[in-house]
Design a binder for this molecule. Structure first.
Ligand SMILES: Cc1cc2nc3c(=O)[nH]c(=O)nc-3n(C[C@H](O)[C@H](O)[C@H](O)COP(=O)(O)O)c2cc1C
Length: 353
């Protein structure tokens, strides 16, 4: 097994736990993964949802919680590699990035839009930067932009495929085309060819990670055989003891059947993958679900037009209020059969490396 090296930072186990918002991957899960030698990622999406001033001063609550969750993870894994997932689509993205860096994050993983200005925000802080891409086109755009504007390459490039959970980086048609994984493998090869060009230009390796539906040691090995250096895994970590979500959310994965996992259109316009439930059925039937006062979380959301509030629905999920929740999950969530420990999951994933 080769460790994942990003400059002076090294993770013994080349498994990155994907960021999961809202409140699914916080300090508890990220710390546990980092302690086992993987990379633990805290999701900063509306991270302050349990703070008393979340409704009145969302930004202050989120900034405070970024620090708290980082400290929690760090206390669990003093020597581990711990980072944050930050979505470009979030309002106050720059402030949250700066706060994650100040807290001490080793790594910022950023997607849900292209993190074009991320190097400018962190300047020369010693934090590793990892954009998430899903297509050759997005890989080309981000690498070219960082090269031209910042003379910088990513410290890690995360390739997120069509079987991932949460918001997906594909238009509906592409999602259908790439659902056949061998077709997506060709896209991965094209992305890796783009990466190679920049590695040659800079005379430096750009480590890559593949995510989306990787949940067994066989899948991990297949990913590595494609030429990536690590895997990004999220769904498999939801049904762990250490995952920060409510037990009812974890049980929803265990109870889900394959046919319950569907693609939904999130109020922000992107497709997402989730477990079909009462809330989704109500929305599909045309109901407009009243929402709490707007937290102004996303750039592209117009509260007057959305059928439901994504922040409300994801907070319901984290709290285990299952019927009112948007239950984001990866394509293989239905395979979960029991609650495991993070150690069991990591030991299993690395078995064939
Ligand atoms: C419940 C859930 C929430 C997620 N939330 C986010 C998020 O907030 N930001 C993000 O970039 N990716 C998010 N993802 C994507 C994961 O970080 C990861 O890349 C992907 O799900 C990997 O595929 P897998 O779940 O099949 O292992 C989420 C995934 C899940 C399952």
């Amino acid at each position: 097994m080769k460790p994942l090296k990003m400059g002076n930072i090294e993770a013994k186990v080349p498994v990155i736990q994907g960021g999961m918002g809202i409140g699914i991957s916080l300090g508890g899960l990220a710390g546990a993964v980092a302690l086992e030698g993987g990379i633990g990622i805290i999701s900063a999406a509306q991270i302050g949802y349990r703070e008393p001033d979340f409704d009145t001063d969302t930004k202050a609550a989120n900034l405070r919680a970024i620090k708290k969750e980082y400290e929690k993870a760090r206390a669990i894994a003093p020597e581990g590699v711990i980072g944050f997932n930050l979505m470009v689509a979030m309002r106050h993205y720059e402030d949250y990035v700066r706060s994650a860096v100040e807290a001490g994050a080793d790594l910022i993983v950023s997607g849900a839009g292209l993190p074009t200005d991320l190097p400018g925000i962190v300047e020369d802080a010693p934090v590793k930067l990892a954009p998430i891409v899903s297509t050759e086109k997005s890989a080309k755009v981000i690498l070219k932009y960082w090269d031209k504007k910042y003379n910088r390459i990513p410290d890690l490039l995360v390739i997120e495929g069509p079987h991932a959970g949460g918001h997906l980086g594909f238009a509906r048609e592409k999602l259908t085309e790439f659902d056949d994984f061998p077709v997506y493998i060709e896209e991965i090869k094209r992305i890796l060819a783009v990466v190679k060009g920049y590695e040659e230009q800079y005379g430096k390796k750009i480590p890559t990670a593949l995510g989306g539906g990787i949940d067994t040691p066989e899948r991990v090995r297949e990913a590595m055989e494609l030429g990536v250096d690590a895997v990004q895994v999220a769904t498999r970590f939801v049904t762990t003891k250490e995952c920060d979500a409510d037990i009812r959310y974890k049980n929803a994965y265990i109870e889900a059947k394959k046919e319950d996992i569907i693609i939904v259109k999130s109020p922000v316009g992107m497709p997402g993958r989730a477990i079909n439930n009462e809330m989704i059925k109500r929305v599909a039937a045309g109901e407009k679900i009243p929402h709490s006062p707007c937290h102004r979380c996303l750039h592209r959301c117009n509260p007057a037009q959305i059928p439901y509030c994504i922040t409300d629905a994801l907070i319901h999920a984290a709290k285990g209020e299952i019927e009112d929740a948007l239950l984001f999950c990866g394509a293989n969530a239905y395979k979960a059969e029991r609650i495991e420990t993070v150690k069991e999951v990591i030991d299993d994933l690395k078995k064939l490396l």
